[in-house]
Design a protein around this ligand. Structure first.
Ligand SMILES: CC(=O)N[C@@H](CCC[C@H](N)C(=O)O)C(=O)O
Length: 413
């Protein structure tokens, strides 16, 4: 399905707008272009918005500056053509159609990650220890671009633009979906995209059916008896217990999950003990589970519980499991996804690829449980992947995504 006629611009564009405005911290300077009445935000405006958002990554449900940025963006646009509601740190914007019979929707997530940025960007995060390392700055920029376009050039149907907090955790989609604010404006079709650094810039990748995995966070606290480093026989060492458990957990993947199925258990963080010559009384494992079906998730959890029970006996310790937040799989509606792929393929500037399932998680899966729609990957070709401190997605993909979504919504309306 690949086309070679794609012409994308280099990512080395200027950080200033065509109109000469410089970036100004987290204040939305993009309004200078919007005021000039352009129908679609220019490439310079898009990159400027993305860079301003990039500077202010915030944790889930703490996206206060981000929310303010979005509200100020809409304050520059012609009132009367849209309605706006805040929901916690999120924002819902309903853009009026000329003769609506349904509501289409695009969702963008808003939060950053607790990562110390190492991109060397001149516009890198001003929030120490936080980074937009999962592309949510891109997702929001595209959402603002779509919104601005259809506020100026209304289509027939209504369009809901969803700025959803806390995708990385603890999960904003489910409570937002259940909220009165969202239910009042519940759309008939919902879409979202996610940047894919491993795909060539501008590529659109998706498939009908399962796209993203079921996820569950995993926290295990083990408590034994601490003691002097020289007297191990008088203590129950929780560093040794936790280390053994890390190895045992991997046997679930190799020995309990059907080899023709797939699952992942990743322990991303271990903490325990206080100092090098004291046997640790406590240790904590923090990780995540990924499976291709909700049933496999139940099986993996049952095995974790059995292993943890065994660990309690083996180490004469106590252990507590907390599954944190869980996300339902992203399952794309077949007819809409096939139609979108064929539509995107027909665009002269688009390159479309059929994706494989990924073990990434996305709480957008909750929206898709209730509302027909789909999610797709947007290639942003970068040598560093998602959740990496050096992630540098190619900004030219912003324009490809914006043009694709504007034309898709116009086609569906
Ligand atoms: C697209 C992406 O990277 N999403 C995150 C979602 C995280 C969910 C939750 N905090 C967990 O770790 O299970 C991902 O890590 O896949």
């Amino acid at each position: 399905m690949r086309k070679q006629n794609q012409k994308l611009r280099s990512s080395k564009s200027s950080a200033s707008c065509k109109c000469g405005a410089a970036m100004r911290g987290w204040l939305p300077s993009a309004h200078c272009c919007i005021r000039r009445g352009e129908k679609m935000l220019s490439f310079d405006s898009l990159t400027m918005i993305r860079r301003e958002l990039h500077q202010i990554p915030e944790a889930g449900f703490k996206e206060f500056k981000t929310q303010q940025y979005i509200l100020r963006f809409f304050a520059q646009l012609p009132a009367g053509r849209f309605e706006l509601k805040s929901w916690r740190t999120g924002v819902l914007v309903k853009i009026k159609g000329t003769a609506p019979s349904k509501t289409l929707a695009y969702r963008a997530d808003m939060d950053g990650l607790p990562i110390t940025e190492e991109t060397g960007y001149p516009f890198q995060s001003v929030h120490e220890g936080m980074m937009h390392a999962c592309g949510h700055d891109f997702h929001m920029t595209i959402a603002l671009g779509i919104a601005e376009h259809f506020i100026r050039e209304p289509m027939k149907d209504d369009l809901l633009i969803i700025f959803q907090p806390a995708e990385e955790g603890p999960g904003g989609a489910r409570p937002m979906l259940e909220s009165k604010e969202f239910q009042e404006w519940k759309p008939d079709l919902i879409t979202a995209l996610h940047i894919a650094p491993e795909l060539p810039s501008g590529t659109i990748g998706t498939k009908p059916g399962l796209l993203f995995a079921n996820t569950s966070e995993l926290f295990i606290d083990v408590t034994g008896k601490g003691g002097h480093a020289a007297y191990p026989h008088t203590a129950n060492d929780m560093v040794v217990a936790a280390s053994q458990l890390v190895g045992q957990l991997q046997t679930i993947i190799s020995r309990n999950v059907d080899p023709l199925d797939s699952a992942v258990i990743t322990i991303g963080k271990i903490t325990g003990g206080n100092v090098q010559n004291i046997i640790a009384e406590k240790a904590r494992l923090e990780g995540t589970i990924r499976t291709l079906s909700p049933e496999a998730m139940e099986k993996v959890k049952a095995r974790i519980e059995a292993l943890v029970k065994g660990l309690e006996t083996a180490f004469d310790c106590s252990a507590a499991i907390d599954y944190g937040s869980m996300y339902h799989q992203v399952f794309n509606e077949k007819a809409l996804t096939d139609e979108f792929m064929a539509f995107a393929e027909s665009l002269p500037f688009a390159v479309v690829e059929r994706s494989r399932e990924a073990m990434t998680g996305e709480d957008f899966g909750y929206f898709l449980e209730e509302i027909p729609g789909f999610m797709f990957w947007l290639g942003t070709g970068s040598p560093y992947g998602l959740h990496h401190s050096k992630l540098q997605p190619d900004e030219s993909a912003l324009e490809t995504a914006l043009r694709t979504m504007i034309q898709y919504f116009a086609f569906k309306s």
